[in-house]
Ligand binder design. Structure first.
Ligand SMILES: O=C(O)c1ccccc1N[C@@H]1O[C@H](COP(=O)(O)O)[C@@H](O)[C@H]1O
Length: 208
């Protein structure tokens, strides 16, 4: 089985070009202003236009209003919406925008696993944020892989949280996840992507 790979938090041309060159399946733009990876929709559009084809564009939102997502989609074409928010919000976004919506979920126990009847098109699964965190994701915290080896949803999902080139293969094997999503593990400083780490991360996923 070929695993999927998403590189999230791209905000400049060097990072975008590295994702394309490495052959990742998805590139993520963070539309959450407090994040060091925040990018405007205009900047995301300019980056997206650097290549025809290439990775699918994922927009990351934290509890957005429908109006906010609408404004962003007027500027940049996104293939997938990745959302921190309740299942009801996911359903509303799917209805309104007619494109796949993935819900980002923090898991600490089996009771945090999404319900089998959730309408999301997929899940990004990571650890819950530490109490001191200023954002709900992208905190470089590794999920409980042993717990996730019991997560077998009917929908596609990506393992996230604290992944790096050196641990992603183990994470995928141990959890059986169909793919991986990374942000801080391919950075040299918060928000600054490192092309060599992006290349190494994608190669590590492809090697599983
Ligand atoms: O990256 C962010 O700044 C961010 C902000 C708000 C919500 C999610 C965010 N990132 C996502 O979190 C996971 C794990 O990231 P990491 O590899 O541990 O840094 C990933 O899906 C990011 O896209």
């Amino acid at each position: 089985m070929s695993r999927l790979v998403k590189i999230c938090g791209i905000k400049d041309a060097a990072g975008f070009d590295a994702v394309v060159k490495a052959g990742a399946d998805y590139v993520g733009f963070v539309f959450f202003p407090p994040s060091p990876r925040y990018v405007t929709s205009v900047a995301a559009k300019l980056l997206s236009e650097r290549y025809a084809g290439g990775p699918k564009r994922v927009g990351l939102f934290v509890n957005p209003s429908l109006g906010e997502v609408d404004d962003i989609l007027r500027n940049v074409s996104l293939d997938v919406l990745q959302v921190h928010g309740a299942p009801d919000l996911v359903a509303a976004l799917r209805d309104r925008f007619g494109r796949p919506v993935w819900r980002q979920v923090g898991v600490e126990s089996v009771s945090d696993f999404p319900a089998p009847d959730e309408v999301a098109d997929g899940f990004i699964v990571e650890a819950k944020p530490p109490k001191s965190a200023t954002r709900p994701g992208g905190n470089a915290v590794r999920a409980n892989w042993d717990l996730l080896s019991r997560f077998r949803p009917a929908k596609p999902w990506l393992l996230a949280g604290g992944l790096k080139p050196g641990n992603v293969a183990d994470g995928l094997r141990q959890t059986g996840a169909p793919g991986a999503d990374v942000s801080s593990g391919v950075e040299r400083a918060p928000g600054e992507k490192d092309p060599d780490l992006i290349k190494a991360f994608v190669a590590a996923v492809r090697g599983v």
